[in-house]
Design a protein around this ligand. Structure first.
Ligand code: FE2
Length: 363
């Protein structure tokens, strides 16, 4: 095993996490030493220090290669893991069709492999943009959602147990679609109201099919059941409102829509990711959780032009040129004062500056 150190938001630190590097005071004295295990008392102490992020140690298996980075090598490793996931998922789907439970031990093991890979280098997944080497939409969609959910969870600082629960829920969220007639799933024209009602039952079908298993965590099960609930209570199956929707379901809701909209379907071509992000942002607070959309967009980028953004420098402005996660921002407010001259920040040239929040049309 090798150690990986990641900056984790203070709010997500839980007991049992290990401090990944020393924390110093202004004079260079060690306040907290690397290797300390977080307890309730230590968490409160660090909270009082006012840190936004804390370095946390994760253990991941060694690989034979020296380094994981943006090369062909990354693609090779991830495609091997994805192929393995695909074959295990095929077996699980076949069991589902026979009304049998999938092999959760194998599913958990493959999910752990994906988690370790992403902990080593989550950029690997994002660099692949979209996985397309699949013979079925359900397969492609399930694995994409799973990978993106893990990246989301890693950025949020979830520990490995929580990551596994989120990833399992994501991988199996649409498994109930196997019980929906394929003529409806693949219908090339608009669905009738009745057909749409049948499609909507996939979350309940998936939940009920594995509800009796003692091997699937409750949080993963809830994610499967509630991943189409909306913040404003207009979703399905139970029309839950924001406060009653579990976090995993909210996360998968956003990632599911992003992946579905940016994929080709039988009834429409894929939608540009910038337009998809615009759709997510324009439905914050109604369909989607605002914080989760903001966190997700900070991971995938695709900030559309015209978007109002706040930078970690405190400046506010709007995007005038797209460039995935590093757009050009025209600054309108700096140090709480209106900026009248043409001041632009190109985030490609300013590695320490990043977008902390974005909204479609509010300054
Ligand atoms: Fe779904």
């Amino acid at each position: 095993m090798k150690n990986i150190c990641r900056q984790i938001p203070m709010d997500n630190i839980v007991e049992g996490m290990i401090l990944g590097s020393n924390i110093y005071d202004n004079l260079g004295n060690v306040l907290l030493a690397e290797g300390l295990v977080f307890t309730d008392v230590l968490i409160r102490r660090v909270q009082r220090m006012g840190l936004d992020n804390v370095p946390i140690l994760y253990q991941v298996p060694n690989t034979n290669e020296k380094k994981l980075d943006f090369g062909n090598y990354d693609k090779k490793i991830i495609s091997e893991t994805v192929n393995k996931t695909k074959s295990i998922l095929v077996q699980s789907m076949n069991k589902f069709r026979l009304n049998e439970l999938p092999n959760f031990k194998e599913l958990k093991a493959i999910v752990d492999e994906m988690i370790n890979l992403i902990l080593s280098s989550d950029e690997v997944v994002l660099s692949l943009a979209k996985l397309k080497d699949f013979d079925s939409y359900l397969m492609e969609h399930s694995i994409n959602i799973c990978l993106l959910s893990i990246v989301f969870g890693v950025k949020a600082g979830y520990n490995k147990k929580v990551l596994q629960e989120l990833a399992l829920g994501a991988l199996l969220c649409d498994i109930g679609s196997l019980f929906i007639p394929s003529e409806i799933l693949r219908k090339p024209s608009k669905l009738t109201e009745q057909e749409f009602e049948i499609i909507k039952s996939h979350s309940v079908f998936g939940y009920e099919a594995i509800n009796n298993s003692t091997e699937i965590p409750k949080a993963s099960l809830e994610a499967i059941l509630y991943h189409h609930e909306n913040e404003d209570g207009t979703g399905y199956p139970h029309k839950l409102c924001s406060k009653d929707i579990p976090d995993f379901a909210k996360i998968i809701r956003v990632i599911d829509v992003f992946d579905a909209m940016t994929s080709d379907r039988s009834y429409r071509d894929k939608i540009c990711p910038y337009e998809t992000v615009r759709f997510l942002l324009s439905n914050m607070g109604t369909k989607f959780d605002e914080d989760i959309v903001n966190q997700f967009v900070s991971i995938v980028g695709y900030y559309p032009t015209g978007l109002i953004v706040t930078l970690n420098s405190g400046q506010k402005g709007f995007i005038i040129r797209r460039n995935k996660r590093k757009p050009v921002v025209k600054i309108l407010v700096d140090d709480k004062k209106i900026v009248r001259e043409n001041h632009q920040v190109d985030l490609r040239r300013e590695p320490s500056i990043f977008i902390t929040n974005c909204k479609l049309n509010e300054l």
